[in-house]
Design a binder for this molecule. Sequence first.
Ligand SMILES: Cc1cc2nc3c(=O)[nH]c(=O)nc-3n(C[C@H](O)[C@H](O)[C@H](O)COP(=O)(O)OP(=O)(O)OC[C@H]3O[C@@H](n4cnc5c(N)ncnc54)[C@H](O)[C@@H]3O)c2cc1C
Length: 405
Amino acid sequence: MLPCAACPGSKPAMQTESDILILGGGCAGLSLALRLAADGEKAPSTVILESRSHYSNDRTWCFWDDGSAHLCELVQHRWPMVTLAHGGRRINVDCHTSPYAMIPAENFYAHVRDKLAEAVRITLAMNEPVIGEPRKEGGLWRVETSSGSRWAKRLIDTRPQRMPDRGAAVLWQSFYGHEIECDADRFDPGVARLMDFSPNKKGRITFLYLLPFSPRRALVEITVLAPDPLGPEDLAEELAAFIRRQAGESSHAVLRAEHGVLPMGQAAFDRGADVSHVRVGVAAGGARAASGFAFQRIQRWANACATELIAGQPPLSHPSDPSITRAMDALFLHVLRAHPERAPELFLELFSLQDPRRIIRFMSDHAVMADYAAIILALPPWLVLGEIPKVLWPPPSLREGGLGG
Ligand SMILES: Cc1cc2nc3c(=O)[nH]c(=O)nc-3n(C[C@H](O)[C@H](O)[C@H](O)COP(=O)(O)OP(=O)(O)OC[C@H]3O[C@@H](n4cnc5c(N)ncnc54)[C@H](O)[C@@H]3O)c2cc1C
C-alpha cells in the first residue's frame, strides 16, 4: 500500500496489482472466485472488489436438481412436488426425479468465504466499491475504488450495468417476498407452489410463489411479469394480502424480506471491448430469458471461465443460448406480453405435458429436440403465429440482446 502523494493527510491510498480483478462479489463474482480457489497455488492472483460491508441472507436460489446441478451440497430444501393453480384448476407436477431445490444465499456466502479464507492467491476486499469505469493504461487495467487504485491484467465485471427500465427487456420479472413463521401449522413442506395466478390486472401477469420450509415457515412471494419493472413499494399491498390469506387465522412473524427485478428477454448490453475485460452476471446474459433462472447458468459459466483463466487464457463471457432456445424464449415472451390474460392457461398447459421432465429440461437449459416440439405443440397455434414477426424483426431496443434469430 502506497501513501497518496496528491492528498497529504488523507488515509493512504492503495496501489496494488493482481492477475485478475473481479468487480462485484455477488453470485457470479464469488462463484468464479470459488472455482479459482480450488486450484490453490496454481490459481492466478485474484482480488474481488465488493461494495457491501457484509453479506446477509438476501435471496434464495432455486433450480431443478436434475443430477447435473452444481453446489447441491448447499441445498437446504428440496420439493418433490410443485403445483400451479388458476381459478378453480390446480395441477400437481411430480418432479421427484429432478426436485425443485433451494440454496439460501447465506449458505452460499458462508461456504465461499470459508474457502476463500484458505485460498492463498485470492483476496475478497469487502466494503471497497468500484468508482467509475476501468481504464486501460500501459497494458494493465486501472480500477478506481474507494480505497485507491487497483491494477490488473484481466477484468471480470459483474456489476449491474444500468437501472431496469421499460423497453430494456420484453418483460420484467419483479418479485417481493417475506419469509414468515406462523404460530400454527399452515404449510405442506413437501409441495412448493410455483405459480398461483391472480386475476389479470393492468395487463400484468401476477402470481403467488410459495416455498414452504416447515409446516409453520415459508417464503411467500408475489411475482409480476410486466413490461415495466416494479419496486417493493408497488408490490407491498398485494404481498400483504397474499400473506394474510396464507397465514389465515394464525399470527405470524416476518423473518426477512427479499426483492428482485430480473430481465426476461434482455436488450443489448455492452460485452466489453477488449478480450481481457468481460461483463457477466445477471445483467449481461447470465439469466435465462424465458424464466429469469440464473444460478446454475452462472455456475456453469464460472467453471468454464476458471478453466480458461487457469490455463492463462482470457476470461469468458456467458455463452449465447442455442438459436432454437433463443427463438422459443422470444416467441414465448412476446406471446405473454401480447396476451397476458392467457398466461395462466399457457403455463398450466406447459406443466401438464405428459412428461413434466420436458418443461423442466427446457427451463434448465437441457432441452432436447423432442422437448422443444412438445412445448411448441402445447401452445395455441394462432397465438404463436401472430407473434412470429416480432421474433424475426424485434424492436430496435431489443435487437442485440440475444433474442430473435
Ligand atoms: C431476490 C432474488 C432471488 C433470486 N432467485 C433466483 C432463483 O431462485 N433462481 C435463480 O436461478 N436465480 C435467482 N435470482 C437471479 C440471480 O441468480 C441472482 O440475481 C444472482 O445473484 C445474480 O448474480 P450476479 O453476480 O449477476 O449479481 P449479484 O449477486 O447481485 O452480484 C453483484 C454484486 O456486485 C456488487 N456491486 C455492485 N456495484 C458495485 C460496485 N460499484 N463496486 C463493487 N461491487 C459492486 C453488489 O454488491 C453485488 O454483490 C434471484 C435474484 C434475486 C435478486
